[in-house]
Structure formats: C-alpha cells, structure tokens
Write a protein that binds this ligand. Structure first.
Ligand SMILES: [Fe+2]
Ligand SMILES: [Fe+2]
Length: 166
C-alpha cells in the first residue's frame, strides 16, 4: 500500500491499544467533518481560494490519520481476520485518491487560480468547484465506510488475537 512507504516518516504509537486508537480516529473524523463543512460553505460561496487554503491546512493531519489506519488498523485485520478483509482493503485503497488529490490536484488548482488573478475564467472556476465538491463527498463516504466496515472488523480481529494468545 502506497502510504506504508511514507509511514516511516510519521511516528506511529504502537503502544496505544486498538480500541483506544479507533476511538481517537472516530474523534478525528468528527473534527475533519467540521472542516469539510467549512470547505463546502466556502465552495458554495465561490470562495475557491479559501476552500483550497482550508483543504491545504487539513492535508497533513489527514495523511497522518491515513498512515495510522494502514500501519495499525489494517495490520491487525490482515493478521487476524484476513479472510474477511476484502472490503477493508478496498476502503484503505481509497487513501490513494485522497493523497493524490491533496498532493497533486490541490497544487494544480491553486496554480491555475494564481495564473488568472481576477478569476474571469468561469469554466475553470466551475471545474474547481466540482472537484472540491466531489472530494468532500467522497471523503465523507470514506469515513462512513471505515466506521461501518473497517473499524468493527479491526476490533473483532483485535479481540480474536487476544483470545488466541491467551
Ligand atoms: Fe481512511
Ligand atoms: Fe479514517
């Protein structure tokens, strides 16, 4: 998985229990969703600059969050619930487009905005508006899928691990 490669750059706390970690990740989802609401508001007001700036500010925390999910949550699933992991793997792969959007798309949109300072290009504005909108919707879905599918499976896998090692 892509993020595993950059996971060494982040300090992952392997002492935190899986259930504590999942509680924390859910709290982070709540915070991210508040930020996504702001982004939608700016976007709807056609304040693309502010929407982009807000996405940029949340990009490091989101990447760190995703790295933790892959390094710890997926790890416990692959070790103890591999036979039920198909959907969870697909959901984790969504991190690829999240990272791609944050690292490639955002700088591109920003570069285009800076080029046309008065923002006369309505066509371009519309495109940026739609891309931001799509990002917000997809990310909300992603959080939902994790909470419905990935986190419950990880909790179960973690309990099974304790059972088999006891
Ligand atoms: Fe995620
Ligand atoms: Fe998440």
């Amino acid at each position: 998985m892509l993020l595993y490669i950059i996971s060494v750059a982040y300090k992952i706390n392997f002492d935190e229990s899986i259930s504590d970690m999942i509680d924390r990740l859910k709290q982070e989802h709540i915070q991210f969703k508040i930020t996504l609401n702001k982004i939608t508001k700016y976007n709807d007001e056609n304040n693309i600059d502010k929407a982009i700036e807000t996405i940029h500010d949340m990009s490091q925390p989101i990447i760190k969050h995703a790295v933790e999910e892959e390094a710890r949550i997926m790890r416990v699933i692959m070790h103890n619930a591999k036979e039920a992991s198909t959907d969870s793997i697909k959901i984790m792969q969504e991190h690829n487009w999240v990272v791609d959007f944050l690292k490639q798309k955002i700088p591109t949109i920003k570069g285009n905005i800076d080029k046309q300072q008065d923002g006369q290009d309505i066509q371009f504005q519309k495109k940026a508006h739609n891309e931001i909108n799509e990002f917000v919707i997809n990310l909300r879905n992603h959080f939902e899928e994790e909470e419905q599918i990935v986190f419950p499976l990880a909790l179960k896998a973690d309990r099974d691990k304790d059972k088999s090692s006891a």
